[in-house]
Design a protein around this ligand. Structure first.
Ligand code: BF8
Length: 668
């Protein structure tokens, strides 16, 4: 029989993660196909990858490979590329926003007392949201407020006219610009449908006009659907604050039942967590020979449960198959998004049961147990029981003994508190540090893994190099999990890498230099942080003036395109790695960069070399500093104080210390 997979790259070329390398060697030994081997066996389509294929009608598909060639209808390469990009925004915005909608319905059911096992865990956040949405709070029971807030959020999806009310969180100058350009979303769903309509055959054919609507729909994601998802998750499951947990495949336990939750929604996984501590189920696990039940996560479901409940993470996107190859996973429970169809096939080689739970997602070969918030705890218990039943069927187990401690959970509320305390919480300390040049600027490192590059290599390298240059890093999604694996999410370890100015600030405030902000919908927290930084004063009147850059060096998903677009439309410079999906059109590529920069102050660029990415990031940040009239960044200016000095002095004798401190022995 021919081998299912052929190894083209060494394990080190496939991933920098030693746990992944170990599992990839195992996969090759067992002749198992993974995303790594499949990517090596199939080059990306050279036509589709550059956006030069049009599939919007059935006179084609048309592939425009010659200069000046058009589609059968006459569509130009610029129109086709812009349409493809806009459709990716629509799909990404739909995925994020639908996630937000589902959470709004869960809040509604919870507030009505119809959702089994759920409660409002952060009533303060609910009240704050209520005030923003003009829902009366005074003297009303919290559940009544919850019903009204949920209904207002649900209405934002179907809203037809006017403005999405949450955009009020944006700086005044930004809102004025959006209004002037007609970019304020009227309703979350409406803008997505509008893209699908205008990119249908025979509609909008002006690339700039198509991409303007792309920005409008993406803003409905970032400042709408994703923001609702973040806020309601906090209301229902608690606003994150830092806690200690672990990341990587080593979190799986050889002698316990291992259940993995994978996907994006925290709703069912929170109930599975509750079920894993049910005494009856624990006794049942023991009966089957297991010492306990371990729950761990993959992808953004993992980020959700990691930052709120400290549930360990088995890894990021490219770890989903590798986790099954350990032979130690009894059940992989998936909800929505980023779930590889390969999982059930792979699981056939082991005892693992793949369980789909979303009404939107069925996968051939997986068991479907549909989630219903009205019976959530019962469903979660059923799933845990099935996993326990699988434990005696285990074959050989190979869990890499590799995991790293992490401190996730930096919501914008916590950052505010951390920098100022309960009574004077503010971003003042952060703004001052940027203004003085101790912190040169801020980079948001977000997005996926992509088997077309070496897993985690860019995330790890860029974070390490940027820290040295006094850049504060905020992270979400698989990028954040990557940082966790290499110790970058541990305050102390990351401080060792930080430049002297950044280090001084972090030591003084207790803020780690790499902040885990959550899952991909929590990129909305980055928008909130940027707005609050602007509101605090001293770093300009708009997001576009803040010395900050967003990067997605290993992206792969349409959601990443929506995120990049709403960040750019909000004024941020975004750099994406891997590939340029608009490469077939110089005009569209320029439009996304120079064109958008002139129009909205933010832009998207595609850069495939880490060094060049760093160069562009620093250049942008330094230019923004100059435009604000801030002192130019000087790497050696700060860092004379700080804990390092104390440690150095501690190692000296009394006389040496006096010499180090005063330049001469102290007078008697
Ligand atoms: O939403 S970073 S691979 S898991 S798409 Fe998917 Fe990309 Fe990971 Fe989270 Ni975001």
């Amino acid at each position: 029989m021919p081998p299912k997979s052929k190894r083209y790259r060494t394990p080190e070329e496939r991933s920098i993660d030693p746990a992944a390398q170990e599992m990839l060697i195992k996969a090759d030994e067992l002749n198992l196909s993974t995303a790594f081997s499949r990517a090596e066996e199939m080059a990306p389509c050279p036509i589709g990858s550059k956006g030069q294929c049009c599939k919007v009608c059935f006179m084609g598909p048309c592939r425009l490979v010659k200069d000046g060639q058009t589609g059968v209808c006459g569509a130009t390469i610029d129109t086709i590329t812009a349409r493809n990009f806009a459709r990716a925004i629509a799909a990404g915005a739909a995925a994020h926003s639908d996630h937000g909608r589902d959470l709004a319905f869960t809040l509604l059911a919870t507030a009505k007392g119809e959702a089994q096992g759920y409660k409002i865990r952060d009533p303060f956040k609910l009240k704050k949201l209520a005030e923003e949405l003009d829902v009366p709070v005074e003297g009303r029971p919290i559940d009544e407020v919850g019903v009204d807030v949920a209904e207002k959020c649900i209405a934002m999806f179907g809203q037809q006219e006017g403005e999405l009310s949450i955009i009020e969180r944006a700086p005044e100058k930004r809102k004025e610009l959006w209004r002037k350009l007609g970019l304020v979303p009227r309703g979350i769903d409406r803008e997505i449908v509008d893209i699908l309509h205008r990119t249908h055959m025979g509609d909008d054919q002006d690339p700039e006009h198509i991409l303007d609507q792309g920005m409008r729909a993406a803003l409905g994601d970032g400042w709408g659907g994703s923001m609702i998802a973040t806020d309601i998750s906090d209301v229902l499951f608690g606003t994150p604050s830092p806690l200690v947990s672990q990341v990587n495949l080593g979190v799986l336990k050889e002698d316990e039942v291992n259940i993995l939750v994978h996907g994006h929604e925290p709703t069912l996984s929170e109930m599975i967590l509750a079920a894993t501590s049910d005494p009856e189920l624990l006794a049942y696990a023991e009966e089957k020979g297991a010492k306990g039940i371990t729950l761990a996560g993959i992808c953004c479901t993992s980020n959700e449960t990691l930052m709120r409940q400290g549930v360990p993470s088995a890894g990021n996107f490219l770890h989903q198959e590798l986790a099954i190859i350990t032979g130690a996973v009894e059940a992989m429970v998936v909800d929505v998004q980023c779930i590889m169809q390969a999982l059930p096939n792979l699981a056939e080689n082991f005892h693992t049961e793949v369980i789909t739970t979303s009404p939107k997602v069925k996968i051939t070969g997986a068991t479907h147990i549909e989630f219903d918030e009205h019976r959530a705890l019962d469903i979660a218990k059923e799933i845990v029981r099935r996993a326990i039943d699988k434990f005696p069927e285990r074959g050989e187990v190979n869990i890499p003994d590799i995991s790293e401690d992490v401190i996730p959970g930096f919501s914008h509320e916590y950052i505010n508190y951390m920098l100022g305390g309960t009574y004077r919480g503010s971003f003042r300390a952060l703004n001052d540090a940027v203004m003085s040049g101790r912190i040169r600027g801020v980079v948001a490192n977000v997005g996926c893994n992509n088997p077309r590059s070496t897993q985690d290599a860019s995330h790890e390298y860029l974070v390490r190099e940027l820290l040295k240059k006094d850049i504060l890093i905020v992270e979400t999604g698989c990028a954040a999990i990557a940082s966790g694996k290499y110790g970058h999410l541990l305050g102390e370890a990351a401080l060792e890498m930080a430049g002297p100015g950044l280090r001084e600030v972090c030591e003084a405030t207790g803020m780690p230099p790499v902040l885990h902000l959550g899952s991909c919908v929590d990129n909305s927290r980055i928008l909130t942080v940027l707005s609050q930084v602007v509101e605090e004063g001293g770093l300009g009147d708009d997001i576009s003036e803040v010395p900050a850059v967003g990067i997605a060096p290993e992206w792969m998903s349409e959601k990443a395109i929506s995120i990049a677009t709403y960040c750019a439309a909000s004024g941020a410079y975004v750099i994406m790695g891997i590939t340029n999906p608009t490469a077939a059109s110089e005009m569209v590529t320029d439009l996304l960069s120079k064109g958008w920069e002139e129009k909205v102050g933010g832009k998207i660029e595609f850069v495939f070399d880490d060094e060049e990415m760093i160069e562009r990031i620093l250049d942008h940040i330094d230019k923004k500093r100059e435009a604000l009239g801030l002192p130019a960044y000087e790497p050696d200016k700060f860092g004379k104080s700080g804990d390092w000095r104390m440690k150095e002095l501690e190692g000296l004798t009394g006389a040496e210390r006096e010499l180090a401190l005063y330049g001469q022995p102290a007078a008697n």
